[in-house]
Design a protein around this ligand. Structure first.
Ligand SMILES: Nc1ncnc2c1ncn2[C@@H]1O[C@H](COP(=O)(O)OP(=O)(O)O)[C@@H](O)[C@H]1O
Ligand SMILES: [Mg+2]
Length: 397
């Protein structure tokens, strides 16, 4: 019992002996207390309803009216009449009637809310005189906890997948060596009359193609979860673009693609990791080639590469005359595993973004469906005082 209760108890015990002035004082004290407590209860973030043993509402605050859609000024009314006849309303009445002290999570699907409900008996001098219902909207906390849980699950799944991918690499390497040995035998026997060697050749080509595809998938996956360890050096970006094109020369020629390069700046030196930026450019150019191979008409396959500087950035634009990207897919293309290709990994652009962002740059895209796409990479001209990001998902080797 607190001091205020003790004080009132004393007054009640000696009520007849207390003077009118004293009674007035007590009344004043009571009303001040009642007002201040009312303000506190009314403004609580928690919804509060107090009912008596007959289920009549003795007190209800603003938040409870809001959370349970109970009309204001419902004091004196029966809770079962005021609370809506929906799932939440029914559950609250059941909880109150079960008369156990309980904490429950309720999903309010109508209002997309998660409520934490506490049912507590109200006691007075050892008697239960009613029930207190407390409701707290924990939607945000609940959702972030769920998100965290999902992220943790995803991280452990990714670690597991990375381990499996790593394990696949070694036997795949052996299979590849043995197929090459078989290939040698086939080649030696190609003049043989037996048709079987021609068939073997066809089968071994298929096996090699499938091995290549598996290796690509595993390498992109492992790259996407590995730590990016940048080796930053002064790099001539003009030369890097040219060497990337020459690296892809075979693919470019095989697919009848012409490349149009326009450098607004010569010998532009940037601080970057040559290997990674080259890989990002290769991914974008390979996507451009794929997109142009998918064209239904025989539009000219052309890739325009431009290099210029804007403010403090080097801007590299890579534009193609491919299929373009549907509006609804534009937000998805940088997401891991999003692919529209039969044999795509959906990890190419995820890796490009990681690489560019690790260099404190950014990448944007402009695309018109059935016309073509333009990827615009911005890399800072000066990196001296900047920290390079470490955008690793996993610390996996
Ligand atoms: N230049 C482009 N033109 C049209 N679509 C593109 C282009 N680049 C990427 N995309 C779209 O983005 C998707 C994801 O690309 P990416 O992450 O490299 O994975 P993948 O190439 O394995 O599909 C592609 O499947 C394609 O739908
Ligand atoms: Mg790709």
């Amino acid at each position: 019992m607190n001091r205020t209760n003790q004080f009132f108890d004393k007054i009640f015990q000696n009520f007849d002996k207390v003077s009118d002035t004293e009674k007035k004082k007590v009344f004043q004290r009571l009303s001040t207390l009642w007002y201040s407590q009312n303000i506190i209860i009314e403004n609580l973030e928690e919804g509060i309803i107090a009912i008596d043993n007959e289920g009549m509402i003795q007190g209800i605050n603003k938040k409870a009216c809001f959370l349970f859609s109970i009309p204001r000024n419902s004091e004196g009314e029966s809770l079962s009449k005021c609370i809506p006849d929906n799932d939440i309303g029914k559950t609250i009445l059941e909880l109150v009637n079960s008369s156990d002290s309980e904490t429950k999570l309720l999903k309010d699907n109508e209002n997309e809310r998660i409520l934490q409900i506490n049912i507590l008996p109200i006691g007075e001098r050892g008697r239960i005189i009613g029930t207190l219902i407390k409701a707290f909207d924990i939607t945000k906390t609940y959702e972030s906890a769920q998100k965290l849980k999902r992220a943790e699950q995803l991280a452990s799944l990714t670690t597991l997948a990375a381990g499996v991918a790593h394990e696949i690499k070694n036997p795949l390497g052996s299979i590849s060596i043995y197929v090459q040995l078989i290939d040698k035998i086939i080649k030696k026997n190609m003049d043989n009359d037996c048709q079987c060697y021609k068939d073997f050749k066809e089968y071994s080509d298929i096996i090699k193609e499938e091995i290549g595809r598996l290796e690509d998938t595993i390498n992109s996956f492992l790259f996407s979860v590995r730590k990016l360890e940048l080796n930053i050096e002064d790099v001539n970006i003009n030369e890097l673009i040219l060497s990337t094109i020459s690296f892809l020369k075979y693919e470019i020629e095989k697919n009848n693609v012409s490349i149009d390069i326009k450098f607004d700046k010569d010998n532009l030196i940037l601080k970057l990791d040559e290997r990674y930026i080259k890989q990002a450019l290769i991914n974008i150019i390979q996507n451009a080639i794929d997109a142009m191979n998918e064209n239904k008409d025989d539009k000219k396959k052309e890739i325009y590469i431009k290099l210029k500087t804007i403010d403090n950035y080097a801007v590299i634009s890579i534009k193609d005359t491919g299929t373009g990207i549907k509006d609804e897919d534009l937000n998805k293309i940088f997401e891991p595993y999003f692919t529209t290709k039969r044999h795509g990994t959906g990890l190419g652009l995820t890796n490009v973004v990681r690489i560019i962002e690790a260099h404190n740059g950014n990448i944007t895209i402009e695309s018109e469906y059935e016309k073509g796409s333009e990827f615009i990479i911005k890399l800072p001209l000066k990196q001296e005082n900047q920290k390079f990001l470490n955008t690793d998902l996993l610390d996996y080797a």
